[in-house]
Design a protein around this ligand. Sequence first.
Ligand code: ADP
Length: 662
Amino acid sequence: MFSKILIANRGEIACRVIRTAKRLGIRTVAVYSDADRDALHVALADEAVHIGPAAASDSYLSKEKIIAAAKRTGAEAIHPGYGFLSENAGFAEAVEADGLVFIGPSPASIRAMGLKDAAKALMEKAGVPVVPGYHGDGQEASFLAEQAAAIGFPVLIKARAGGGGKGMRRVDRPEDFGVSLEAAKREAKSAFGDDAVLIEKYLIKPRHIEIQVFGDSQGNVVHLFERDCSLQRRHQKVIEEAPAPGMTAEMRSAMGEAAVRAARAIDYRGAGTVEFIADVSDGLSPDRFFFMEMNTRLQVEHPVTEAIAGVDLVEWQLRVASGEPLPKIQDELTINGWAFEARIYAEDPARGFLPATGTLARVRFPESDVRIDAGVREGDSITPHYDPLIAKLTVHAPDRAAALAKLTGGLERTQVAGTITNLDFLVRLSRQPDFAAGSPDTGLIDRDMEVLTSVQQPGDTALAIAAMVEAGGFAPSVGSDPWLSLGAWQIWGQSSRPVTLHFAEDQRNVRVIAKAPSLFDIVFDDRSISVRLLENDGVSRRVEIDGRQTHVDLFETSSGVTLFLDGHTHQFHRLDPLDGGEEAASGGDRVIAPMPGLVKIVRVREGDAVSKGQALIVMEAMKMELTLSAARDGIVESLHVGEGDQTSESAVLLSLRPEDAT
Ligand code: ADP
């Protein structure tokens, strides 16, 4: 076994690898960019080496700097994690050329699966079923259109170098094929520098089921069952589970065997995932699953497999890379119970899942019954440089219903303040009826998008508590008389304070009346609620609202209050009086960059008339394309950016002529 390894990654996966290495007595070396000097993965490692500026291309993607860091610290092997250089055959080669061990498959295996078209051809030869379609070399638009017609619409155009759903377009009608092909090729070219595509039959209502495989350098290959990753948004996984609901023993062994055949065909060593798409229009059936691609690395969602199979996949990776045989043979592997994983992101579901940034003023995870793989801790920042993943929450229970209940509960007990998160969305998704009933499919989230992402309006209880906070009713008591804490507000008799609550795009005026030392009336326009403060020591707060007792958890900063109530997060803002509500005053006159990024496409020119909702500017930020549209009808008065410009957060990109100007 190695005595020291370097982890060529950051965030949760770097922390995850370090944890297992420590348990095995292996020393760890982290690498970090300027943006990560104080990051959790750096703090956890025994040593850390600075490898450059925040931009990943100059740090986490720099093969030379990473290999130099390994040599300088005497690390014997490099774990690539996922993303970054994990599936870069050239990197694996360079690591080996320098006499170090790449903790992963051989460069040849990575290459064999690197391009989707070549991988599909190889799998067909190995007797693994592939999605019907065209994956040859012909790239002429008219030729591809003929192929699409022969396959039959709807079809899916995929970039052969694709990943992360990029360069992928569904086409329903022959007349739309040309335009979609161009778009897919353009996206593929800019994301991968390769615009070649393949065409597949588009399956309606499919499920994404993947098989975890593992090989060693003695030629043994096993599979560790399946994961169902059908809950997706824009082809990205959101909640994953293992095993797959409705899976039969017959189908599991058919899929497991196909995956092992795929791995054997490329002499696979280490952890890998063979992704299949299952046509479930008639339920799961052993003759209707098809190879999509193989990921030659550890997957984000590997913890659900670890939970049901009772293994540590990173330990297996380290053992196999150091030359040991697989710790178990196929017959020794069994499934125990059910597991779910949810990916907690800094993003805003109500605004098209716009990635968010911010300093995590509070991060609290449930203390028991869940596994947390976090890459950040309280006080850390989510920056625009990298993936905005905060943590993965994994649960395990004897059966699916029990595991799902744990998932909902675990998400509800998670508290994050300081940025917008997808926690409410995940909670709602975990309760979605089709998912709960065990029939997920890749279109489920899109079909239910509105319900899943609508802004949670605060109810009376949340409004009443927020009003109490704003009126100072929760200020810590001085001595034993809570009355004193109210200071100037309450000296004698009944007194009242007006409060304006700002939340989402709404606001509410209420009046808080102190009736007795711990008894308040919160008066809305049309009704009033009585709040009794039962316990308030600054940490634990218990209130009785109209006869119902609740524990209140809240987090207050100068810019607002975050309430954690009944499993929901409610954000109330405080307006900066010096800011003069400029944003509101602009009345949608300006298009503002929501985050730092690159202006990719400007769709209008000065003087153009635009209508509300029309797409004006496409930005690329945090590896995502964002379309910024007009907030109202109007005329473009001035454009402040051009295609290719870098912009900072809150920069004004475009201004409309003021509404009253004629
Ligand atoms: P990427 O490598 O970009 O992630 P994949 O080939 O892995 O692309 O596909 C990602 C997702 O797209 C799948 O999980 C599935 O939801 C959907 N998908 C892929 N191929 C098809 C298909 N032929 N029909 C329907 N959906 C598909």
